[in-house]
Structure formats: structure tokens, C-alpha cells
Design a protein around this ligand. Structure first.
Ligand SMILES: CN1CC(C(=O)N[C@@H](CCCCCC(O)(O)c2ccon2)c2nc(-c3ccccc3F)c[nH]2)C1
Ligand SMILES: [Ca+2]
Ligand SMILES: [Zn+2]
Length: 373
């Protein structure tokens, strides 16, 4: 694995925010990942940077002034009034007005914006922000645990330097906020693989391809429960290769949502740590400036395992690291085997059973062939 210059963005405050004890999203994931990355002695191998928090002005590069003004002022106490009784900005119990929600969002967005600049100014080949990847956030409201769309803000920053950016989303949910933001442009291609059918957010049909000049520049790969490493690879690689052929991106943003791992609390797919990380390895092998972001992931110990291993993949040292976990502050979380692994379960791969995977692959490749390189 040839070497790459890696920058790693982390703010030690990020793990202290809480969505609430009953909520599926645990910001502590970023802190546990950082402890494990540190325990594996990876920090000295990277540029470790604490990102400047994104300002309200920076956020309004994508979001509306009204929404940012709201988010910078909302607290648990004034939320009912400021959201017009829960009808605007924060709808449903997915997006609680938790203490520090604006600071948390500014740390996440600050990391992705800084990562974009670091890559585009040529100081690094790969830039990592595990606090980023919040792909559901919309222009004027929060959605799916996401309040500020750090991904859109990072890509907008990249578009100041390069003509074309490819966005790839391996979170088990559809990357709807990013797709929507770039729906009508051919300067950003969005590729999302996601569980589809009776599943949040319900968008991301194979036939949804974009609008106007953006027609064909949104690629959606709908999946069913139980997809394995082998099945996932058999659609990820050919579709990604075809995209490189016809789109020739100058930079790539890879959202590494870890809820596509087997055993995830919300997921339902069946990727092992190696299957999930293969996407990072495969994209990295193309030697195009790459931003790695976090995202979903609700079996917290496995999120930390996957993002730690993927940090090693970014460095090109995954072959050398000991799969017996080193002592770390959260060691007892990783029992009973205390291993750097996420194993597959015996879920049936419904994508193979009915031949739908082959059909989805063929249609995606045919759609992409219609784009003139
Ligand atoms: C009215 N409809 C019902 C609502 C709904 O089904 N929301 C999804 C939201 C799932 C969000 C997934 C977020 C993500 O993993 O994609 C992510 C998060 C950050 O980056 N990516 C959902 N919420 C939960 C949930 C919410 C609170 C507590 C426990 C839960 F399981 C599960 N699934 C909407
Ligand atoms: Ca996805
Ligand atoms: Zn998700």
C-alpha cells in the first residue's frame, strides 16, 4: 500500500454532546474512535488538527439565514416557541433541540470545510473528519439526526478549486440532503448505496437521476436486507469504475456511515468491517484527493472498530496492525473477544435470492453509459 499524506480532524469536545439518553445517535462514538486510533499509535503518522468551528456565515453558504439564526438560538427551553410548536426547523423526535446542538454542528461542519481546504491546497492526499458525514440535513431544516450538512459545505469549498467532485455514500440510509443540494448540476456526481423499501428516508429510487444539467449525475443503488461483502463489492466496484470513466472527478468525498455494518441497531445490512473498509481501500487506490467522513452507526463499539480500521487503511498500514485490541479507556466495551473485527451474521442476502442485485447493477451501468465523458 503506497503512502499517503493524511490529515485527521478532531475536536476533543465533540464526544461530550448528547442527543438524549433514549436517542440512537451517540456523539461519544467519535471520542471512542479517537481513543482507539490513539491506542494504535496512529496519531504520530498523521497531521492531527483541531478544526476551527464553522461560523454562522460559513453555514449560510448552503443553509438559509433563518434556519441558522434559529439553530444558533434554540435551547430545550425555548424550542417549542422557536419551532412554532415543532412544525418548523426541527420536526419529529429524530432531531431534538439538545444542549449545545449548534456548537456540535459547528465542530462537525468546521472539520469538513477545513478538510476540503487542506486537500485542495495540496497539503494532504487524504483528510479525515469522523464527526462529519451528516447527509440528511436540508437547506432550511434538520432531518435524520443531522442539523448542518457539513458534506454540502465541504463540497462547495472544493468547487472553488476544481471543476468536478464525486460524492460516495455507504451509510445504509440514502444520502438525500447531499443529492438534493446538487440535484441540478453536473459538477457534483452523488452515488448512494442504501437500503430501500419501508426504510428512512424513503428516497433514492434507482430511477432518480437528477434534473436538467444534473440529469444522470445522481446515482442511486437501492438495496435489500442482508447484503454481504461479496455482493456489495460486486456492485460498488463496477459502478465506481464506470463513474471514474464518464465523470473523471478531481476530488472524492466518501461518507463512511457505519450503520451498513452487520449487527447495526438500525441497519439490517450484513457487511463485515473488511467489506465496509474495502470501499475506502478501493477509492484510495485511485490516487484522487479523498475526504473521509463519518455518518450513521448505532452499534457504537463497531462504529469505533470500523473507523479506526479505515484510518489505518487511509495510512496504508492495515496489514500491519494487531487485530487484538490494545488497552484503551473503553477496553471493556469490546468484550468478549477484544478484537478489531465486525463479523457477518447469518442473515439471508435478499439481493441475491431474487436476482435484483444483477438487475440494479445493469441498469446503473446503462444509465452511466448515456453520459458523454
Ligand atoms: C416520521 N418518520 C419516522 C422517523 C424515522 O423513521 N426516523 C429514522 C431516522 C433515521 C436517521 C438515520 C441517520 C443516519 O444514519 O443516516 C445518519 C446520521 C448521521 O449521518 N447519517 C429513525 N429514527 C430512529 C430512532 C429515533 C429515536 C430513537 C431511536 C431510533 F431508532 C430510527 N429510525 C421519520
Ligand atoms: Ca447511503
Ligand atoms: Zn444511516
Amino acid at each position: 500500500m503506497s503512502k499517503r499524506r493524511v490529515s485527521y480532524y478532531y475536536d476533543p469536545d465533540v464526544g461530550s454532546y448528547s442527543y438524549g439518553v433514549h436517542h440512537a445517535m451517540k456523539p461519544q462514538r467519535m471520542r471512542i474512535t479517537h481513543e482507539l486510533v490513539q491506542a494504535y499509535d496512529m496519531l504520530p503518522k498523521m497531521h492531527v488538527l483541531r478544526p476551527k468551528r464553522a461560523s454562522p456565515e460559513a453555514m449560510t453558504r448552503f443553509h438559509t439565514d433563518e434556519y441558522i439564526n434559529f439553530l444558533s438560538r434554540v435551547t430545550p427551553d425555548n424550542a417549542r416557541r422557536l419551532t412554532y410548536q415543532g412544525s418548523r426547523f426541527l420536526v419529529g423526535d429524530d432531531n431534538p433541540p439538545f444542549e449545545g446542538v449548534f456548537e456540535f454542528s459547528s465542530i462537525s461542519a468546521g472539520g469538513s470545510i477545513a478538510a476540503a481546504n487542506r486537500l485542495m491546497e495540496g497539503h494532504s492526499d487524504i483528510a479525515i473528519n469522523w464527526a462529519g458525514g451528516l447527509h440528511h440535513a436540508k437547506k432550511r431544516e434538520a432531518s435524520g439526526f443531522c442539523y448542518i450538512n457539513d458534506i454540502v459545505l465541504g463540497i462547495l469549498e472544493m468547487l472553488r478549486y476544481v471543476p468536478r467532485v464525486l460524492y460516495i455514500d455507504i451509510d445504509c440510509h440514502h444520502g438525500d440532503g447531499v443529492e438534493e443540494a446538487f440535484w441540478a448540476t453536473n459538477r457534483v456526481m452523488t452515488l448512494s448505496l442504501h437500503k430501500f423499501g419501508e426504510f428512512f428516508p424513503g428516497t433514492g429510487l434507482l430511477e432518480d437521476r437528477g434534473r436538467g444539467k444534473g440529469m444522470g449525475y445522481a446515482v442511486n443503488v437501492p438495496l435489500k436486507d442482508g447484503i454481504t461483502d461479496e455482493s456489495y463489492k460486486s456492485i460498488f466496484e463496477p459502478v465506481f469504475d464506470k463513474i471514474l470513466d464518464v465523470f473523471r472527478p478531481s476530488a472524492i468525498v466518501l461518507q463512511c456511515g457505519a450503520d451498513s455494518l452487520s449487527g447495526d441497531k438500525l441497519g439490517g445490512l450484513n457487511l463485515t468491517m473488511h467489506g465496509h473498509a474495502h470501499c475506502v481501500q478501493y477509492v484510495r487506490s485511485k490516487n484522487i484527493p479523498m475526504m473521509l467522513l463519518g455518518g450513521g452507526g448505532y452499534t457504537v463499539k463497531n462504529v469505533a472498530r470500523a473507523w479506526t480500521y479505515e484510518t489505518a487503511c487511509a495510512l496504508g498500514i492495515e496489514r500491519d496492525i494487531d487485530l487484538n485490541l490494545p488497552w484503551n479507556e473503553y477496553f471493556e466495551w469490546f468484550g468478549p473477544r477484544y478484537r478489531l473485527e465486525v463479523l457477518e451474521n447469518n442473515l439471508e442476502d435478499l439481493n441475491i435470492k431474487d436476482g435484483s442485485l444483477d438487475e440494479v447493477r445493469e441498469k446503473c451501468l446503462r444509465y452511466l453509459s448515456e453520459l458523454s465523458p
